[in-house]
Ligand binder design. Structure first.
Ligand code: FAD
Length: 458
């Protein structure tokens, strides 16, 4: 009775903000522990530098060059070089290249080139299984490229303010919302990308209510004045519209991811006058507080990923193929215990998201493939992000949501899939995405308290 239906932008008595926040108080310590203290979950393998943006020429000032990122800062010249967008967006720490399949077969324990840092057990980070399958919602990282990607330390490269903005960033978000949200397809180069399908039949209907941001905003603003805390946004004119459920979920996942990124960049913000990293309340107000639908979508994503993690728990505890640190039994056992601690906390509330409603009625089933393909498009779009750190976290989070959707829609706990449902990179991205959402919820709560304090008469 307490599950959030994907249909619900509507307020739900059980799964309100406060329910999710209470859950998060229990989840956050264990998920932080997992992603911050284990080698397996703190290194991510991805192809960060070798892929070209497949949709537009990123050398043309749209998103790929430094000038585009720098453009947003008014007086870039006047601030120390290390605070400039081009510097803030760079990756830090050692990177190591993937050893490649043939070398792995010959010498499974061969140290990685470049090293992964002083105290890292290499057997805990190398991924051996590169195969992809049809259940994927994301483009496998090694697709159409000889390179297997680099291992990057997530701890050394936190998601925070980088100064990446301007036309490049805007074009990216526009492409994500406009081109991938089940409108009539105008995707730029779909013909040249064999795998991108265009919407079929009724699925091609536009998604006007969502795209019509101004109208939507007005409705939501009105509603907020009635109840600024309205969880999952109580009934508005929008909900009355007969939108396809799957389209709406797709939009909410994207918007919730966007909201989470905005939360982190406002929370870990560089004051370019003082050089201090600190929360920026004005940034939060401008990007999130004024837009309850964005916050609602963030909480929606939290519920969705919580459900995926909870659903995965029994599978991970039974599936012996998952060794979290090959060659080191103690580390394997310690990491496994931490993973299960997270899945247990996520499962400690009644089912929080009801995925069984999706892809069922009307055009639902025919939308599933379309939904998956569109999600893959978004993951390809991440190669157009013109700031290394933003691209790292953008890729990780799209892969994380892709893994969550795969668990929700392609996996039945009564039928153990072969090959294993998730590859190492998918597990790492899923749990790190959960950790990102967990920290976003926490930051939003603290921001909300700051705003209340600011606004309360002294
Ligand atoms: P943007 O955030 O660029 O938003 C563009 C438009 O989208 C807005 O005007 C609004 O109409 C709409 N919009 C905004 N939020 C939402 C929402 N939640 N739901 C629906 N619609 C919305 N910058 C960093 O500093 N650090 C990062 O780690 C980082 N990572 C990024 C990752 C990706 C994949 C991308 C595309 C950008 C990233 N950026 C990052 C840039 C950042 O997201 C913003 O684009 C930038 O700060 C400029 O913000 P803006 O105020 O112009 O609005």
């Amino acid at each position: 009775a307490c599950a959030i239906s994907p249909k619900a932008i509507v307020s739900d008595a059980c799964a309100s903000y406060s329910t999710l926040e209470r859950l998060n108080n229990n989840v956050k310590p264990v998920v932080d522990d997992l992603v911050q203290t284990t080698d397996f979950f703190s290194y991510y393998r991805l192809n960060l530098f070798n892929k070209k943006c497949p949709f537009w020429n990123d050398e043309n000032g749209m998103c790929g060059n430094i000038a585009c990122a720098v453009e947003t800062l008014d007086n870039e010249e006047d601030i120390p070089k290390i605070w400039r967008a081009s510097e803030l967006g760079k990756l830090e720490g050692p990177r190591a290249t993937h050893p490649g399949k043939s070398i792995q077969r010959a010498q499974p324990q061969r140290p990685l080139q470049g090293g992964l840092g002083e105290h890292v057990g290499e057997s805990c980070v190398v991924e051996y299984d590169d195969e992809c399958d049809d259940r994927d919602y994301c483009v496998p990282e090694d697709e159409s490229s000889g390179s297997k990607g680099d291992y990057v330390s997530l701890l050394r490269n936190p998601e925070r303010f980088t100064g990446y903005a301007g036309d490049g960033a805007r074009q990216l978000w526009d492409a994500i919302y406009r081109e991938n949200c089940f409108q009539k397809s105008s995707f730029p180069h779909s013909a040249s990308l064999g795998k991108i399908s265009t919407p079929k039949g009724p699925a091609a209907m536009d998604f006007k209510a969502v795209i019509d941001a101004a109208g939507r905003q007005q409705l939501l603003e009105q509603e907020r004045q009635v109840n600024p805390m309205a969880p999952f946004v109580a009934k508005t004119g929008l909900e009355a519209e007969d939108e396809c459920l799957e389209k709406r979920v797709f939009y909410r996942v994207m918007s919730g991811m966007h909201a989470s990124i905005s939360t982190h960049l406002c929370w870990d913000f560089l004051n370019q006058t003082t050089g201090q990293w600190q929360p920026n309340v004005a940034c939060y107000k401008a990007r999130l507080h004024k837009f309850p639908d964005r916050i609602s979508n963030l909480y929606f994503n939290y519920a969705l990923v919580t459900r995926a993690i909870a659903k995965l728990g029994p599978y991970l505890s039974q599936h012996s193929d998952y060794t979290f640190c090959m060659g080191d039994r103690d580390q394997d056992a310690a990491t496994r215990a931490k993973v299960l601690a997270v899945t247990q906390k996520a499962a400690s509330v009644p089912q929080i998201f009801d995925e069984s409603l999706m892809f069922k009625n009307g055009e639902g089933p025919s939308l599933k493939e379309d939904f998956r393909n569109r999600f893959r498009n978004v993951s390809r779009l991440m190669d157009c992000v013109g700031c290394d750190k933003c691209r790292l976290w953008g890729k990780l989070q799209t892969a994380g949501y892709g893994a969550a959707l795969k668990v929700l829609f392609e996996f039945d706990n009564n039928k153990m899939p072969e090959p294993p449902l998730l590859k190492r990179t998918e597990l790492v991205s899923l749990f790190n995405t959960y950790a990102r959402l967990s920290s976003s919820l926490n930051a939003v709560q603290q921001f909300r308290a700051m705003v209340e304090k600011e606004e309360s008469p002294s």
